[in-house]
Design a protein around this ligand. Structure first.
Ligand SMILES: Cc1cc2nc3c(=O)[nH]c(=O)nc-3n(C[C@H](O)[C@H](O)[C@H](O)COP(=O)(O)O)c2cc1C
Length: 198
């Protein structure tokens, strides 16, 4: 697929068919993650965890559900998301992972050597996997809220269940699954991000 066609088809999918992903599909997405650039070539600082176990995802969703019920905070966060009203109405049954076939958690080694580079690394890897899903005709969505909620509500932080290597923390995730309709190219205003030329 042409690069700009792919970028214009790219969107955050939040509805999935329920069909499982094949091992080949999952491996292809993980491969895209491994092809992404990371700071100082430190690939050993990033770890990917593929979760397809629904019971585990349910447990990992607990903190988000509690936080979701704080509608004031939520309204401010999701103000710009197109289905914000729907999201607020569904606070109780909210699944931050949108019942995706798999969630790929992107974790990083805790480190002070290069401040905040962990966020850049996990975003780079997640973006590559997100784009791979578009190319493969699948849907996917970044997962920040669920992990941030776990950090904010430490008693509901179940990330130990991810069996991460020592000294790693989950920072982002990608919910992935099959979608009903193929993604269509969107007409996006290239000026939506401000520019300065110096
Ligand atoms: C760093 C980052 C974190 C995000 N976290 C979430 C999230 O936790 N839940 C969610 O539904 N969408 C999340 N998104 C998706 C954004 O809301 C989405 O990309 C944005 O609204 C633009 O919509 P589009 O991707 O369909 O073009 C995240 C996106 C990024 C880049």
């Amino acid at each position: 697929m042409d690069f700009f066609e792919l970028m214009q088809k790219r969107t955050s999918s939040r509805k999935f068919t329920g069909e499982a992903l094949t091992e080949e599909e999952i491996n292809q997405i993980l491969k895209a993650g491994a092809l992404a650039p990371v700071g100082s070539n430190r690939y050993g600082n990033v770890h990917l965890t593929v979760v397809t176990d629904k019971a585990l995802l349910k447990k990992l969703a607990e903190a988000s559900q509690i936080r979701r019920s704080n509608t004031k905070e939520m309204a401010a966060i999701i103000n710009n998301v197109s289905n914000a009203d729907e999201i607020l109405e569904q606070a109780n049954s909210y699944d931050p992972f949108y019942d995706a076939a798999a969630v790929i958690f992107v974790s990083h080694r805790k480190q002070d050597l290069e401040p905040n580079i962990q966020w850049c690394d996990v975003t780079s890897v997640t973006m590559a996997m997100h784009l791979a899903t578009v190319e493969m005709g699948l849907g996917s969505c970044y997962m920040w809220f669920a992990l941030d909620s776990m950090r904010r509500i430490p008693e509901l932080d179940h990330t130990d269940l991810l069996q991460l290597p020592e000294d790693f923390e989950p920072l982002l995730g990608l919910a992935v699954g099959h979608i009903e309709e193929p993604l269509k190219e969107r007409d996006i205003d290239p000026m939506r991000i401000g520019r300065t030329f110096l």
